[in-house]
Design a binder for this molecule. Structure first.
Ligand code: SF4
Length: 300
């Protein structure tokens, strides 16, 4: 299994290096292989639990830098949506993120307890994605230790991740699984202006998009293709287009099989979404990771 994973990783890197992803995705090969390997499953699901963050990264690809009044989301609403979604599909890797998820530990605990008590066999892995700036409370850490599916993933931003050393030794002592991600740079997704380009170029961007494959996003009760789309809509930068999202709360989806079908259609979507016109994820430009903005950025 481990070797198979490694081979897949090498093949994916090769496809990226040779710029083959847009063609593989366009052919539908990737989605078909994924469906075979993970039937009835969202392979990677980002669950946004807060817009608040302890850092303000100028180039955050999830657009947190544009929030002037960030909010923590309502825990009960998130549990209700997760319950509906997980009654219709399974999730392989569920990522809890923000913003910074440790800024709202009460909500985090509520969600972790729900996942522990009700989602055995429905969710394989649970990752908490954190920037290493907050040491969670004993109560939070104890909740984490009670579910072996949970791993804490630290994004290491050097000096900015000021509590990382302390956090990793706490994890060692408590037997909590963790991973430290040391990215040397970020890919620049660019600003949110509309690109003056041919439709084929926008489609090519979507076809090769990493976020689209790995970051299906659940945010404020709706399922999105990617986090950029989710936050651009919530920030009022682009209008919501009905067939580009799934509103999990919609009574239309009271029947789990109907919701399942809608999720499949969204994930298998071949046509690019409106947000791709306002995205530069294929620019190939690198930026220094976690450069801090002095204040929230205005959308120009
Ligand atoms: S907006 Fe389109 S191209 Fe950009 S990250 Fe989302 S799916 Fe990918």
């Amino acid at each position: 299994m481990h070797i198979q994973k490694k081979i897949l990783h090498v093949l994916a890197s090769l496809a990226r290096g040779l710029h083959l992803w847009p063609f593989i995705a366009r052919s539908g090969l990737f989605n078909r292989a994924r469906r075979r390997k993970y039937p009835d499953t969202i392979v990677h699901l980002d669950v946004v639990i807060t817009e608040c963050c302890t850092l303000r990264c100028r180039d955050c690809s999830n657009l947190m830098q544009y929030y002037h009044k960030p909010e923590n989301l309502d825990a009960e609403e998130m549990v209700t949506c997760l319950r509906r979604l997980l009654a219709s599909v399974k999730v392989n890797q569920l990522k809890l993120l923000g913003g910074e998820p440790f800024v709202c530990q009460k909500s985090l605990i509520r969600i972790l307890e729900y996942l522990r008590d009700e989602t055995d066999g429905r969710v394989n892995e649970i990752d908490i994605i954190t920037n290493g700036t907050i040491v969670p409370s004993e109560e939070t850490l104890n909740t984490v230790t009670k579910d072996p599916r949970i791993k804490i993933v630290f994004s290491n931003y050097g000096e900015l991740s000021s509590r990382l050393e302390e956090l990793s030794s706490i994890c060692d002592n408590k037997g909590i699984r963790y991973e430290i991600v040391n990215d040397d740079f970020w890919w620049d997704f660019g600003d949110l202006r509309i690109r003056d380009e041919k439709q084929s170029k926008t489609q090519h961007r979507y076809d090769g998009c990493y976020s689209r494959r790995l970051c299906t996003t659940l945010y404020r009760g709706k399922l999105y293709i990617c986090p950029r789309q989710a936050h651009a809509i919530n920030l009022g930068i682009i209008p919501e287009v009905k067939d580009e999202i799934v509103d999990v709360k919609d009574p239309l989806f009271d029947d789990p099989s109907v919701l399942h079908k809608a999720v499949d259609i969204l994930i298998d979507r071949r046509e690019c979404i409106s947000t791709c016109k306002r995205c530069g994820c294929d620019s190939g430009k690198k930026v220094s990771r976690a450069v801090q903005a002095e204040r929230p950025i205005n959308v120009s």
